[in-house]
Design a protein around this ligand. Structure first.
Ligand SMILES: [Zn+2]
Length: 384
């Protein structure tokens, strides 16, 4: 599935490659700036052509970086979506977080490793080029540097960048908890982001630059300082967002389903109509599980959302069994199961609720809504 505003451009190793419309702006900008690298020995038309071609090679390098992540992910059995080029580079959509620190390390390191290989490759092309092909020399060196910078920038230990993921993998290995490692990696990233901002401010107001006679050098340092501040702010807010996410995940890892399920069980007879179910829900409130029972046996679960597919006019005559999720299609949860595992099961089976069985008896129903309500209560309790 592609997002809106993206164009498919092809498929490599079975992975769909697409570009977001915003990328076209950056492509034009790069093509223009690359064409300015070409010396005056070539004509205007040739200069523009070279800009367009080498800009494409540069973006192909970004795709190679993302492909490296995606191919390693697939080797590790992690489902992958497509690769999309955006305004600020590429994104490989990986459907699931890696399950072990070793997998995370391999996946995160693959991208920068590919960029380093490309950098060496372009350098090796540039090196032996004859003197008279000065433009080709310049352009291939540019590609070599650009790939090296891409690798180094991605290796900044600022979660969720590649470097941040490598850091998290190492912390995860020692701390044995992904959520705790994410929290620590995000905190370290936040400190690094703050240091970048502080260093940027120093560069902008460097007293040597202010006192110096060379105004072009002053301007140069100030511009660089602003870049550091911008990158620092960008990384800092990404770090704060992952820290918040990690906080929630940490609770989900430790909170048992027994603490976040609806305990009120209101059995609905299999012969009941949707109209009767809706009346029951309106009367008792939605914070309850509604198992569909026949002859004392639970055969499925039904929710208010399940009824949305049926038009109001048919509610009287449609039985709840027509819209319920049959028990056979729903994995069962246990009260001791961590909430994060219940969430995974809800997602992977595309169901709205899971029955919770304790010693064979239905004791509750867990849904995303009940889990998030419990999370919310926990957060409130922490603040109070
Ligand atoms: Zn990467």
């Amino acid at each position: 599935m592609l997002e809106r505003g993206t164009l498919r451009i092809g498929r490599i190793a079975g992975i769909e490659i697409a570009v977001h419309v915003s990328w076209l702006i950056i492509y034009a900008l790069f093509a223009w700036s690359i064409s300015t690298l070409v010396g005056p020995e070539l004509g205007r038309a040739q200069t523009i052509e070279l800009g367009l071609v080498f800009s494409l090679v540069l973006f192909a390098s970004v795709i190679v970086h993302e492909l490296a992540h995606a191919i390693v992910a697939r080797r590790l059995g992690i489902p992958i979506g497509n690769i999309t080029l955006f305004l600020f580079g590429g994104v490989a959509s990986i459907k699931r977080e890696p399950g072990t620190p070793a997998d995370e390390l391999k996946m995160a390191a693959a991208g920068p490793a590919a960029s380093v290989v490309l950098s060496v490759l372009f350098g090796a092309i540039a090196w032996p080029l004859p003197e008279r092909m000065v433009w080709a020399n310049d352009l291939f060196w540019f590609l070599a540097w650009a790939n090296l910078i891409l690798a180094v920038f991605n290796l900044l230990p600022a979660f969720p960048s590649d470097g941040g993921r490598i850091l998290r993998a190492l912390l995860w290995h020692f701390q044995k908890s992904q959520a705790r490692a994410t929290r620590a990696a995000s905190s370290i990233s936040f400190v690094i982001a703050c240091l970048l901002v502080i260093a940027g401010i120093f560069l902008v107001f460097d007293p040597r630059a202010i006192a110096g006679p060379d105004t072009s050098a002053v301007a140069n340092i100030a511009v660089k300082g602003w870049w550091w501040i911008l990158i620092g702010l960008f990384l800092g807010q990404a770090a704060l967002a992952s820290r918040r996410g990690a906080q929630a995940n940490l609770i989900l890892e430790t909170m048992p389903v027994g603490e976040c399920m609806a305990r009120t069980i209101i059995p609905v007879p299999a012969a009941a109509s949707i109209a009767q179910l809706v009346a029951e829900i309106a009367l008792k409130g939605v914070d309850a599980g509604y198992p569909v029972v026949t002859e004392g046996r639970v055969i499925g679960l039904v929710t208010l959302q399940d009824t949305a597919a049926v038009p109001h006019t048919l509610w009287q005559e449609t039985p709840v069994t027509a819209v319920m999720t049959p028990l056979a299609r729903t994995p069962a949860a246990a009260p001791a199961m961590p909430a994060c595992e219940a969430l995974e099961a809800l997602d992977s089976h595309h169901v709205g609720e899971l029955p919770v069985f304790d010693d064979g008896a239905l004791t509750g129903v867990v849904s995303k809504a009940s889990i998030f309500a419990a999370l919310h209560d926990r957060a409130k309790a922490v603040r109070a």
